[in-house]
Design a protein around this ligand. Structure first.
Ligand code: WT7
Length: 669
């Protein structure tokens, strides 16, 4: 079972092993990563948390008395009305800072206007074609207030849901902050999602308005955002108003009485808009993510607790300073974009860099050119990007001066030790600590992570839990397992930035996250802890794939496939992929009248692209005469996974209904 460290597929290999072997299998032999990197003295001296001992002390206190810890942190935020009670926990329902009232946009903007930060850059943006824009806190404040009045003018009120379908441009942040300013609930839909995905999210959230752009840029081409919106809205919708920002200048259709231009609307309103005080538990946003059933889940985050989670992590994990330039490369459409492109940095009064486009446009050195041009100091990106850079070659990196960097971050999937080492040496010049941050859309903020001046890092490990986060690895019976034993990662206590529910589906919320171990949050990830208590995240152990750092539900892709007229049945599994972490493999049986062809394969891939978005397109479509099923008719995905990754089927097949199916599947291709 020993995996050499040079194996680029380490995390995924772990994942399948964890699933295939009993949860209590001793996987001690995996402990091959012996390299330890201590925080440099210089770095530690300046950091907020300066030593392991200091971290441990605060951590212990934060777990013993979470409410005291969080209340102390929360005092650093701006409240319009103080809270009466820190936490009300009736598992699995948490309320934080009861009685407290605040406004998130006030925390991100207004409170930085009193002193010198007023004229500090809040957002530095670069468009894919190369345009540059800088917005100071004062300017951003004005834009947000102005646009908040546009929302009001368009009858958007507190509590209304608003879909934001924009590229990573300042207007995405402006729209989010403007919603927060008036208490409207935003739901950002990733610009790579298709019309069908937008339609589903509108229907589920009951959104009354949508904010989009005519188009955005991706690898030099224009993505027709407004066009996608038109398709999504055809055939009945709750959306009454569409506000369109002019970005790419592509030709679009404006529906009379429904669609209005962003820039025109600004002319009708002034730029004075007080931030309204909302209750701490007032919904802030809904963000859809994949689960193990076909329907994406609307993860609901509320105001006070979420703000506190991103504030504290931004402060301690990135240890961000006024002179920093913080660049999180995520798209605003993902939770990372919400928490660490927009809300986190702005809450701290930091400068956030936003980049609209692809990392390899026009050449594979775009990121390094940006780091050099702006003197980025903190870079937060994903393992899938790091692996792509490795493949494109060091020459692209060496063309640029990256000496401004002082801290690196990783998020989205387990980072394999070799990619970690490359990031450390080639990007960080051996001098920058790496924070490998584990968290989820549901957790709102970083949960397991090194603190850069305090916690020694080991390549491939997210190290230790953040303050107030009571993470544990347990077996099937919910008992904590010993060192180097694999199990399920759970969180044993509520934390401020946790999701409050799945929008409109309290039951699913309870069942999905809190039922397996009562009163404990089930992450869906497998993990182990080593002898130092370090967490080694293995990856998803449910029917969720992690493709290039993005979550895709296997059953979501399956439902898209069976919606095709020629498909009888489909099963989707992940296969380890050097670049993307996991690749999507679809096994498809066709209806009697249909016959397999290369053309049909391409058609099915496009079909998934149309129904979900390009990121969900199967990397491989395999036609099968039948799928392996148990006697009770359940598809045996484990066997398909083994076949997809070119392994021999080894596990237990005794429950298989028809053995000939397996032989035929393995013959295919
Ligand atoms: C899943 C959550 C949280 C922002 C991006 C993804 C995986 C995330 C790590 C990490 C190992 C990680 C987990 C998790 N994941 N970060 N540092 N090490 N795995 O958010 O789409 O909600 O996905 O991403 O499997 O459950 P998401």
């Amino acid at each position: 079972m020993l995996q050499p460290t040079s194996c680029p597929r380490l995390p995924s290999a772990f994942a399948s092993d964890i699933r295939n072997f009993a949860m209590e299998t001793n996987i001690e032999s995996y402990l091959i990563e012996k390299r330890v990197f201590k925080p440099a003295k210089e770095f530690a001296k300046k950091a907020r948390i300066k030593s392991l001992a200091q971290y441990q002390k605060i951590y212990r206190e934060s777990i013993r008395r979470p409410e005291t810890f969080w209340a102390r942190e929360a005092k650093e935020l701006t409240w319009q009305k103080p809270w009466k009670k820190v936490l009300d926990w009736k598992a699995p329902f948490a309320k934080w800072f009861i009685g407290g009232q605040l406004n998130l946009s006030e925390n991100c903007l207004d409170r930085h206007l009193n002193g010198w930060r007023r004229n500090k850059a809040a957002i530095i943006w670069e468009g894919e074609p190369g345009e540059k824009r800088t917005l100071t806190y004062q300017q951003l404040h004005r834009e947000v207030c102005h646009f908040a009045n546009v929302l009001k003018r368009n009858r958007i009120r507190k509590g209304d849901r608003v879909i934001i379908y924009l590229p990573t441009i300042p207007e995405a942040a402006i729209a989010m902050l403007a919603c927060a300013r008036i208490g409207a609930v935003h739901s950002v839909v990733f610009g790579g999602f298709s019309a069908d995905s937008i339609r589903d999210r509108i229907a589920d959230s009951g959104a009354i308005a949508l904010i989009t752009a005519d188009g955005s840029y991706r690898r030099g081409a224009v993505v027709p955002l407004k066009n996608n919106v038109d398709h999504a809205l055809s055939g009945g919708t709750t959306v009454k108003r569409v506000i369109v920002f002019k970005r790419a200048g592509n030709e679009i259709h404006m529906e009379e009485g429904r669609d209005v231009w962003w820039h025109r609307e600004l002319e009708y309103v002034d730029a004075n808009c007080e931030p309204i005080a909302v209750a701490s538990e007032h919904p802030l946003y809904i963000l859809y993510t994949s689960g193990s059933t076909g329907k994406p889940k609307g993860i609901l985050h509320t105001t006070g607790g979420y703000l506190l989670g991103i504030y504290s992590t931004m402060k301690y994990v990135f240890d961000v300073r006024d002179e920093d330039l913080f660049w999180c490369t995520a798209d605003v459409g993902w939770v990372t974009g919400h928490s660490y492109v927009v809300y986190g940095p702005l809450t701290l009064g930091a400068t956030t860099l936003m980049y609209e486009g692809a990392p390899n446009w026009p050449e594979p050195d775009r990121f390094w050119k940006i780091v050099e041009d702006y003197r980025v100091t903190i870079l937060y990106t994903a393992p899938t990007a790091i692996r792509a850079f490795i493949r494109w070659g060091d020459d692209w990196v060496k063309k640029h001066d990256l000496s401004s960097l002082r801290l690196l971050g990783s998020v989205g999937e387990p980072i394999n030790p070799e990619a970690w080492m490359w990031y450390h040496k080639t990007i960080g010049g051996g001098r920058c600590p790496i924070v490998d941050t584990w968290w989820q859309t549901e957790t709102g903020a970083i949960m397991i992570t090194p603190l850069p001046g305090a916690i020694p890092t080991k390549p491939g490990s997210a190290t230790l839990a953040f303050f107030g986060v009571d993470a544990a690895v347990v077996n099937e019976r919910g008992e904590e397992v010993g060192a180097n034993v694999g199990g399920k990662l759970i969180i044993r206590k509520p934390w401020p930035s946790m999701l409050r529910t799945i929008y409109g589906d309290q039951e699913r919320y309870q069942k999905q996250y809190w039922s397996e171990f009562k009163g404990r949050y089930l992450t869906g990830d497998g993990a182990r802890r080593d002898r130092d208590g370090y967490f080694w995240i293995v990856g998803r152990i449910d029917d969720v794939l992690n493709v290039a750092g993005h979550r895709l539900g296997t059953s979501e892709i399956e439902s898209a496939l069976v919606a095709h007229t020629q498909v009888e049945e489909a099963a989707v599994v992940g296969r380890p992929d050097e670049m993307k972490g996991q690749a999507v493999v679809a096994f498809v049986t066709l209806k009697g009248s249909a016959s397999p062809s290369t053309r049909l394969k391409a058609e099915l891939r496009d079909h998934v692209g149309i129904h979900i978005g390009a990121i969900a397109k199967p990397d491989e479509v395999r036609f099968a005469e039948a799928l392996p099923k148990t006697r009770s008719g359940k598809i045996m995905r484990r066997l398909l996974k083994e076949i997809a990754s070119g392994q021999n089927v080894t596990g237990d097949t005794t429950t298989l209904e028809d053995f000939s199916v397996l032989a035929k599947l393995s013959e295919e291709e």
